[in-house]
Write a protein that binds this ligand. Structure first.
Ligand SMILES: [Zn+2]
Ligand SMILES: [Zn+2]
Length: 215
């Protein structure tokens, strides 16, 4: 797995910089979440599983923009990847470019995580955030017969599981059937028993200390 299907990287502008609403990378998260990216004029969504380019608008506002096509001017290439077993945002700046990460010149290439602050030359600070869309449902074929990470009983086809976005292990997450028979292993685990990443059962930003991001 090269990228995580359940984690999205968002770039949040610090300060009142408005981005054009018709940008092709606006996404409706479909969630009734007050932090939904769709309602936020200051959040750029990095497309999962794709390479994109971060650049600035040509006018004097120098608004940050994400494009799928390489723009004519200088741009930082971004790609969400799994690195060392965790989701990261890989970034490559153009030669001679003075983009910064956490107020120092950005290495080429750089590996960004939640909480990092990215800044294009003369642009606003963009805070890197990780948005989680939990994977809850029937087990994918490769997890049928594997052990639940919490109760260590085999996962059968007719159950509902939560899949850890970080290590891919399954945890029972049943919400139907007699209450005393429901296996609610995901609800009982605040962190993944295998990799200790937070178990998030609702959409939202990951704000655990593991992500280096302040709550
Ligand atoms: Zn279980
Ligand atoms: Zn895990």
């Amino acid at each position: 797995m090269l990228h995580s299907p359940t984690i999205e990287f968002h770039l949040e502008c610090e300060g009142a910089v408005c981005l054009p609403r018709d940008d092709s990378l606006w996404q409706d998260t479909g969630a009734d979440n007050t932090e939904s990216a769709a309602t936020r004029p200051d959040v750029l969504v990095v497309p999962p599983g794709d390479v994109c380019f971060l650049t600035s608008s040509a006018d004097e506002d120098r608004r940050p923009l994400l494009t799928l096509e390489a723009p004519e001017g200088p741009a930082v290439l971004l790609e969400p990847l799994i690195f060392d077993g965790r989701p990261v945002l890989a970034a490559v700046r153009p030669p001679g470019d003075e983009s910064r990460v956490n107020a120092t010149f950005m290495p080429r290439p750089a590996v960004l995580s939640a909480g990092d602050r990215l800044q294009l030359p003369h642009g606003p600070v963009l805070r890197v955030r990780m948005f989680s869309r939990p994977e809850i449902g029937p087990p994918p074929a490769e997890l049928v017969g594997k052990l639940c990470g919490y109760c260590r009983t085999p996962i059968i086809k007719k159950t509902t599981i939560f899949v850890c976005h970080n290590c891919g292990i399954g945890l029972h997450c049943e919400d139907t059937g007699p209450p005393e028979k429901r296996l609610r292993c995901a609800q009982l685990s605040s962190v993944c028993p295998r990799c200790t990443h937070p178990v998030l059962l609702k959409e939202g930003y990951i704000t655990s200390p593991l992500s280096r991001e302040m709550p």
